[in-house]
Design a protein around this ligand. Structure first.
Ligand code: F6P
Length: 366
């Protein structure tokens, strides 16, 4: 599409929600309205809403006081990939290409540009829509922190704080009852939440997708700890972690989702096996969506606002097909196609892993 001065700016939140989405929306809408006189068109329920034609114009009242609110005032969905769109067909759910419907709405609503706030899946879709001629600027969101082109996605810091507090709380009850406490945290294929919350919360064992674990190593550590000090252990497990000789544990696959795999269950699996093999009293906590709900931390509010204002700046300058990103202390941007080329996983021998090992943390691999 030919670049021109933009007047109508669309915005959507895609994929799973995370704390800070509203802070980005506000960070986009305030300068867009006040400094550039743009009309903000909010697309409801992510790409699913885009395909279905759900939108409303965003007013100043809509964005007042939302910086600290969790969720998203626009709604979101992880089931609406326009290039892989589930529809009710003669033989049940059929997957079709609905991208033409998105393009039709984009033009019909008079959009000059679109800001997409989302994770890996949203950026893949944004890249394909850019190729179809839409003027897109991406903003990286996800509690998983698994986008390689940015040092941090907003939402991660909040999830990390919640997971750390949960581990802190497990320490006192674990110590009182001399139990093994297993906690399963989110993160899909990346172990960032487990690694950093485990380190911050002083977990004894941290199990990650990037380091397949050995059962005998986990058992050895909990047995050893059950005989000294307060005789308890904390095991922090990423939902995507797996034993070296086993498959990853999943809850379900759902073809309607942008990523069909829904993780979950490794915590129970590990807890049960520890209890059976060692006889130690073991309890499992699945932190789940508590990691995504509620108010963002101050760090995430600031990062989200910086991302939002930068995204508008890029849109107004006509720098499309780019995603805002944090490198060191600076917010800048990268091409969306480069941003999606690689997932950011925990480096097996990275500095944080070495730090955790230095303070005695086991990764179940010795
Ligand atoms: O990608 C964010 C995330 O919270 C993952 O950590 C988790 O596996 C997934 O989304 C959960 O998705 P849903 O909300 O659909 O259960």
């Amino acid at each position: 599409m030919v670049n021109k001065k933009i007047k109508r700016l669309g915005i959507l939140t895609g994929g799973g929600d995370c704390p800070g989405l509203n802070a980005v929306i506000r960070g986009v809408a305030k300068p867009a309205m006040n400094d550039y006189g743009l009309t903000i068109v909010g697309i409801e329920d992510g790409f699913e809403g885009f395909v279905e034609g759900k939108m409303r114009e965003i007013s100043r009242d809509d964005i007042a006081g939302i910086i600290g609110e969790g969720g998203t005032i626009l709604g979101t969905s992880n089931k609406g990939d326009p290039f892989h769109y589930p529809t009710e067909g003669m033989n049940g759910i059929e997957i079709v290409d609905a991208s033409a419907r998105v393009l039709k709405h984009y033009k019909g609503w008079g959009l000059d540009a679109l800001i997409t706030i989302g994770g890996d899946g949203t950026m893949h879709i944004s890249n394909k829509l850019s190729d179809l001629g839409m003027n897109i600027v991406g903003v990286p969101k996800t509690i998983d922190n698994d986008l390689d082109a940015t040092d941090q996605t907003f939402g991660f810091d909040t999830a990390l704080s919640i997971a750390t507090e949960a581990i802190d709380r497990l320490h006192t009850t674990a110590s009182a009852h001399h139990r093994v406490m297993v906690i399963e945290v989110m993160g899909r294929y990346a172990g960032w939440i487990a690694l950093e919350a485990g380190l911050a919360g002083g977990a004894d064992i941290i199990l990650l997708p990037e380091i397949p674990f050995k059962w005998e190593s986990v058992m050895r550590r909990v047995i050893e700890r059950s005989t000294r000090g307060n005789r308890y252990s904390i095991v922090c497990i990423a939902e995507g972690a797996k034993a070296a000789d086993e498959e990853v544990v999943i809850k379900e696959t759902d073809v309607k989702r942008t990523d069909p795999i829904r993780f979950g269950g490794i915590g129970e699996h590990v807890g049960r096996r520890i209890s059976q093999e060692t006889g130690l009293e073991t309890r499992t906590t699945i932190l789940g969506h508590l990691q995504r709900g509620g108010s963002p931390t101050a760090f995430d509010r600031v990062l989200a606002t910086r991302y939002g204002t930068k995204a508008v700046e890029l849109a107004v300058k006509g720098e499309f097909g780019r995603m805002v990103s944090l490198r060191g202390l600076h917010v800048n941007s990268v091409a969306i196609k480069d941003a999606i080329s690689k997932q950011r996983l925990v480096p097996e021998d990275g500095e944080i892993i070495r730090t955790a090992r230095a303070v005695g943390t086991s990764f179940g691999d010795d």
